[in-house]
Each structure stands twice: as C-alpha cells, then as structure tokens.
Design a protein around this ligand. Sequence first.
Ligand code: ATP
Length: 138
Amino acid sequence: TERTLVLIKPDGVARRHVGEILSRIERKGLNIVALELRTATEEVAGAHYAEHEGKPFYPGLIEFITGSPLVAAVLEGPRAIAAFRQLAGGTDPVEKAVPGSIRGDLGLDAGENLVHGSDSVESAEREIALWFPELASV
Ligand code: ATP
C-alpha cells in the first residue's frame, strides 16, 4: 500500500468541487487518511513548489496557492500515487487531461488546474511531511 499527498487547489474549493473530487477519490477505492481545509502559508507553498522556483509562472502559482483556502489530504491504497494521478489527468486540462479525468472534465487553465497529487514515492514522503508532519513516517 502507498500514500500520496493530494491538494484540492483554491480554484477547486472556490468553484465548489470539493465534494465532486472527494467522491471520485472514494469511488476509485482510495482511503482518505487525513483531510483538512486550510490556507497555505508562503513557507509551505514555497517548499511544496521549490522545484519550480525561478520559472515564469512561479510567482503567480504561489499567489494562487496561498490566496484562498485549499483542501489538503493524504490518500492511501494500492498504487495510490499513480491511481490519483490517473484520476487527476495531465497538468494542462485542455492539451493533456483526457475527458473523464478531474482536470479533463472540470478545468480549462494550466495553472488553476484543480488538484495536485504527488508524482513519486519520494515526493509523497516529502510532501506528506510538509503538509501533515504528524503523519510523517521518518
Ligand atoms: P501538480 O504538481 O500540481 O500535481 P503537475 O505535477 O501536473 O502538477 P507540474 O509540472 O509539477 O505539474 O507543475 C506544478 C503546477 O504548477 C501545476 O499543477 C500548475 O498549477 C502550475 N503550472 C505548471 N505549468 C504551468 C504553466 N505553464 N503555467 C501556469 N502554471 C503552471
């Protein structure tokens, strides 16, 4: 079994898609082991997106992520990391995400793309420790 860190980004909360997205997660069979509505601090957002620092979209991304409440969650299940990324669809909701996925069905914008999911076991460990330090395994 695996754990993954998922965010329902501020656009997903503002557009009232929290129930829809959690419903898709539950229908897939993933377990929710942590779930909280919160406003991300600059510190947590900066650490979460450290790999994108210096890119042209970075300042806007941090402003967006910290600008209004999001839902942070930890999901657990067999191949949870890949399973959630399949539910989410590709980063660009129009060019990459297929219909049937969260982004493919609900999104238009490459930046405000509704959800985040960890992309590897290493990222999941790092991100769970960042968002839910009380759940971190090491
Ligand atoms: P996430 O890490 O949120 O799951 P991802 O792994 O699909 O997304 P990354 O390439 O890691 O995609 O980009 C992280 C986030 O940065 C994207 O989800 C999006 O919010 C934002 N982003 C990425 N590329 C762009 C872009 N070209 N313009 C605006 N925002 C972008």
